[in-house]
Design a protein around this ligand. Structure first.
Ligand SMILES: NC(=O)c1ccc[n+]([C@@H]2O[C@H](COP(=O)([O-])OP(=O)(O)OC[C@H]3O[C@@H](n4cnc5c(N)ncnc54)[C@H](OP(=O)(O)O)[C@@H]3O)[C@@H](O)[C@H]2O)c1
Length: 389
């Protein structure tokens, strides 16, 4: 395992880190003991960076706390501010940020968090208020650094301007490259280091899938655009290209995929989250070597061609979904709308903040078991109004 120097003198962070998202059940049912054993195995592989979040459920912080406790001072631990409190107050208010941190410290059984991330947007709270809470937590020694995670780009920029942001966490893999356009340059401009997440593309860049898989309903990949339509086809072509490149280095496609992420300017660590030791061991082989410049260029040309194909085809898909009758099955029609929303916001066709309430509405209907064709049509109509086609 290689370690990149972080901005702070003497501190090192492993190129590959492990995260606990899977403990939330996002990738379907998870065996907690098996996941815990995989977290421990990460230490044996030389990894010193561990990530979790309050939103992954109490158990995720508790399990990680138990794993890191014996070697706490040697490890870098990050977690994220919790979601909306039950009293309905704004989640990123001064008081809530501080209270959320105390709860995480307790669950993690530690007296400090190395990197504390803002996990989501809160339009009700001024960024300066949240930053004031984070600064105070830093002064009190409860957190060592803070960062921003999966927020709309405009919010990321505000935090970078207003706060002492050391790290930005963003999705980046050969299957999800959008952050290279705006987020990575922005972080570099403000001197924040980038931690990339879902670097295996939630498994799509491994040898595991052939495109015929059917995911369980409780697995997010059952609706993830990365596993649907043109994106799925493109991602499998990319995986095959990584496979071919890897033969020269005796590396698997996912090892090449991870190495490519680490080659991106500003990226200090790549986060993966497998539940199996074998998968983690394979992923660790993505660190400790470098793709040659010629091969990086070859991959870049390949990805550019894929970008062109995708851009053209995805615009057509957006038009098809918005202008034709919804798919027969409600679940399929739901997935089509998710695809359109995800793609149009990640491509900057529509402002993320504009699409966010529609996203929330669609998911709350599904959660309530209230998805029916009249609702689908209503949401499709709203999307037609805000997405230029
Ligand atoms: N800030 C945010 O908003 C945000 C969002 C997402 C993630 N994150 C952080 O980043 C971490 C990593 O993201 P992620 O969990 O999505 O990572 P990931 O490693 O890209 O995806 C995990 C999934 O891919 C599969 N997988 C991984 N390596 C594999 C391999 N070598 N062969 C076959 N399958 C493999 C795993 O399967 P198995 O379980 O079968 O091994 C699991 O289903 C998270 O745990 C979390 O800490 C942050």
């Amino acid at each position: 395992m290689e370690y990149n120097r972080s901005g702070e003198e003497g501190e090192k962070i492993s190129e590959l880190g492990i995260g606990c998202y899977a403990l939330s059940g996002v990738y379907g049912d998870v065996d907690k003991d098996r996941f815990k054993a995989t977290l421990s195995y990460a230490r044996e592989l030389g990894m010193n960076y561990f990530d979790t979040a309050a939103a992954y459920g109490d158990v995720a912080e508790k399990i990680l706390g138990e794993v890191v406790k014996p070697q706490r001072e040697e490890l870098i631990l990050s977690t994220k501010i919790g979601l909306s409190p039950k009293d309905g107050s704004p989640p990123l208010s001064f008081e809530n940020v501080k209270a959320s941190c105390e709860r995480s410290l307790e669950r993690l059984q530690t007296d400090h968090i190395d990197i504390y991330f803002v996990h989501f947007d809160d339009p009700q709270t001024e960024v300066t208020e949240t930053v004031a809470a984070l600064d105070e937590l830093k002064e009190d020694g409860k957190i060592r650094h803070y960062g921003v995670s999966h927020l709309p780009i405009k919010s990321v920029e505000e935090y970078l301007k207003e706060g002492d942001v050391t790290f930005c966490m963003t999705e980046l893999s050969a299957a999800a490259r959008e952050s290279r356009k705006r987020q990575l340059p922005l972080c570099r401009k403000h001197g924040a280091e980038v931690i990339a997440f879902s670097v295996t593309g939630r498994g799509i860049l491994t040898s595991r899938f052939d495109g015929t898989e059917r995911f369980e309903k409780n697995d997010i990949r059952s609706m993830d655009p990365m596993f649907k339509k043109e994106r799925l086809r493109s991602n499998l072509r990319i995986r095959d290209e990584l496979k071919e490149l890897g033969e020269k280095y005796d590396k698997t496609p996912v090892q090449v995929a991870i190495n490519w992420v680490l080659s991106q300017k500003g990226v200090i660590s790549a986060l993966t989250g497998p539940s199996s030791k074998e998968h983690l061991e394979e992923n660790a082989g993505g660190s400790g070597w470098n793709l040659e410049r010629d091969d990086l260029n070859r991959l870049e040309s390949f990805l550019e061609k894929e970008d062109d194909i995708l851009e053209k085809r995805e615009k057509e898909i957006i038009e098809e979904v918005l202008n034709n009758e919804p798919s027969e099955g409600v679940e399929e029609a739901f997935n089509d709308l998710v695809y359109v929303m995800e793609v149009s916001s990640s491509r900057g066709i529509v402002d993320e903040r504009e699409i966010e309430p529609v996203f929330r509405k669609l998911f709350s209907l599904r959660k309530k078991g209230d998805l029916k064709s009249s609702n689908i049509k209503e949401i499709r109509q709203r999307l037609k109004e805000i997405i230029p086609t």
